[in-house]
Design a binder for this molecule. Sequence first.
Ligand SMILES: [Zn+2]
Length: 1021
Amino acid sequence: MKRLTISIFLILTFTTSCLISKPENYWQQHVNYKIKARLDPDKNLITGSEILTYTNNSPNEIDRVYFRLYWNIFKQNSHGWKYAERRKMYARLARKYKGVEIKNFSIISNSKEIPIEYKIDDTILEASLPQRLKSGEKITFKIEWEEEVPPGPGMRTGVSNRCFDIAQWYPQIAVYDKYGWHTDQYIGTGEFHNDFGDFEVELEIPKSFIVAYSGELLNPDEVLPDSVIQNLEKARNNPEKVYRIADFSNREITDEDKTNYITWKFVAKNVRDFAFSAYERYIWDAVFWKNEEHPYGGVMIHSLYFKDNAKHWKDSSAVFGLHAIKFFSENFGLYLYPNAFVMSSYAVGGGMEYPGIVFIGYNITNSPYRGLFGVIVHELGHQWYPMMISNNETEFAFMDEGFNTFITTLAFEAYYGRKNNLLDPTKWYIRSSGLSTDERENNQRQYLMLAITGYEEPIATHADHWLENYPATTAFYPKTATVMFMLQYVLGDSTFSKLMKEYYERWKFKHPYPEDFYNLAMEISGKDLRWFFDQWFHRTYICDYGIKSIRSKKIQKDGKEIYKTTIKIIRKGRAVMPLDIAIKMENGEITSVNLPVDIWLNDEWENEIDIELPSKPTSAEINPDLRIADINRLNNTYPFPKVKISIDNTIPLSQFIAPIDAYSLKLRPSIWYNITDGFKFGLKLNGSYLDDVISHKFWALYGTRSNEIDFYFSDSRRIPFEISKNTFTEIEIFKIEGRYGGGFGFRKRFRKTLTIPPFHDLNLKVQLLKSTDGKYLDQIYKWDEKRLTRIIAGYTYFNYGEKWRVNFSLFFESSTVLSEFNYSKVYSEIIQTFRLPFGYSFSVRLFGGYGNGTIPQQAKFFIATSSPIDQFYRPLYRSKIFPADLRKHIEPFGGAGLRGYIDQNVSGDRIYSVNFELNLPSLLPLFGNLPIIGNLFKTTLFFDAGKTWDQNQRASLKGIKYDLGFGVRSTIFEQFSSMTNLFSEIGLNMIRVDFPVYVSHPINGEKKLKLRWVLGFDKTF
Ligand SMILES: [Zn+2]
């Protein structure tokens, strides 16, 4: 522990001891592609030929070359296909795809074509050179190929609805740099690493198509209508005004237009790739950004979209594009290409970037999240990282995705304001609910939500070597953006801004590695920042500072009354940072203290700060501007954590915008009903910090008929991951509708990754339950009115494959001390679902249970329903709510699940059963396309068989009962689930009517075949 006084902070100086690597010894290879290609839109086929002139600028001799055939990833059993399968990303890859067929691979020497030998391993082609390529020499390749355009919506490129978004499409030479050849297979998560050069491209395509491209168009007169050329000229002459260039959405396309091919000619200079889009019915807007320093006098920003999303695009997409190009150029270096195409895409979901052209998923809108702004600006931000400042995306995705997320966040702030810039306030439910968040906070929240789980991996992990996607993308995008804000904090705004501009100046059209950025930051700032880059980019250290105590004493100094104050700061995470502390005093003033990082660099975990204040300190806060990503901000304020009280709007969305610096307390009035209590009124509170770090639930309700007050309270906490990952404790206590009880327990999830099963969960719970008033319940579900204390230990398992999913559980339950019952039981359930063709699915459930001792009625196994204790936890079944005539048809699924036996729902100490369900994709398969009805209901055919018996009976196959029938399920509540969690909270997930038309053992006097029905409010299994 170090004792510091405030004066020393001001005279601290920094020394630098870093190696400065200037890109003077830097070299990179040069490429020059001349490509001729023909796209046949009817066959989805590209035939191409390219002449590549490759210059060896390295000091080394090269004896072999590698080329990339990216589209081979779409072939069945490609490395990427297997990778996706291992990671259970089944939707990722197309099937039955031919791949890239190389027709000719030669080098051109003295104007002669000499075919050379090569071998292809999936997305990598390797060829030995007949002669070594010496330093400074050039070599020319000629390659001819044919390939099928992959069907979208796929990954980054493809065709859908005759809309072609074509990228990674020609045999491309791999990068050879200071680390040698980069021969990583393209397997889907990691992106690209390409050399800079010039492209000349000639594309043959039917006349009916409009093409957008990287670079410049050389022959507009030959391929574009005059009106388009004139409108583009108008836009150029009236900068920053959006023009409708053309609307091809309703134009007539003749057979001749479809069969006559024309040639579009392009040139793209100093680019690392060439991509294009082609579609027959674009609507086309453009706006020109004029800039005297720009090599082309400015940038034409084009936005091309479809009739069916014109509503969202027409007034905004070009404006968003202009904002991005202008804002980034002014702050991070000039955009140096002549055009920027923003393409609405049917073939690419989300967004994807290539030089001068970006693809944006067609269904992205600006409401309720400002997704359209976010995606357009983000994809254009990639023109800086990595299109101009070209890092190796495969190895260090944070240098493109993360740096870009950071500048995208700043673009949000410049356009919509620093605060509340993420949600569209013109939507009534956003406005009325008071939801508010901003992109900067959102980045940090996403990082913190991952960090608390302990499943982080270092940001600088190779993009294809992450264990799973969620921590990868959280690290590349929002965490890196958050780290960049921290770097800005550590360096100060002006030094940081100098750094980003110098990074552009030194590294544009080059390949920086992380160390180049780190070294530049240290050079520009004159600070040793190795601690910073190491802990944030290469480790998963967490940052957690807290104020432990503040003591102050009134003293006289120089004839004045002052308060000698000592603040004790603790560090609980391994990451270190400089800190700001805001101290509020009795006189209302706030003073700020800055603590340099140096006070933590010698492994200090506590520091005491002495400071003299003019008035008595009343409260203090570390990091009040929230720039540091502190994992627990409840200890950042003294003496109390911040609490943010709000009305609970029940929108699930609000959970994703939980405050990052305060305990959130949401309240709302609550209303309920049952026959005994009558209408019940009260209040419901939901408290939490970062969703599940701490969470509290409390409600109290007053029954107007019974004058009873009921309540429920629970406290659940996540154990810090350093002690035990994925572990939660829970305490609950309640008095509800004639029953009271409480308990405590813990739950641990064992999983190798957070998102890819198999998942194994262990639960342990000790519980007391007692019924004091049976009038709330129907006879059959009445509880035995003695005290039950029990311990339950359970194991659950979950897994899925491409066509199946399985849930397994095994529970032991036993009465324990203080129990007036003495029993034990074990029960187990397996549910397996198989996906069948045409949207059908088939599910099987096996259930068995075995009990000994005096099992209370509420814990027995029932033939038709779940047990009364289970029903207690499902509010709609908890007590008598419905009139007796209806109630006798209501079936909370569980037990043996023989829904035809609801009127003879016997219980026993032992049970076995099997249930089958065949789920149809709609109400009736033939009527699936009926408007409204076809989508609102689905049909299920079922068969159930099983029996229950008591301890004094023998187990046998005799007397097995069974039923069969069909059921109709509504799907409407699934649609509500994104708007409110009110329904799921009371267990109303669907309305299900099952008709067990045949039962093997009908009640006396009834026929086996009869129209019976039962009603349920949730899924069966
Ligand atoms: Zn991106």
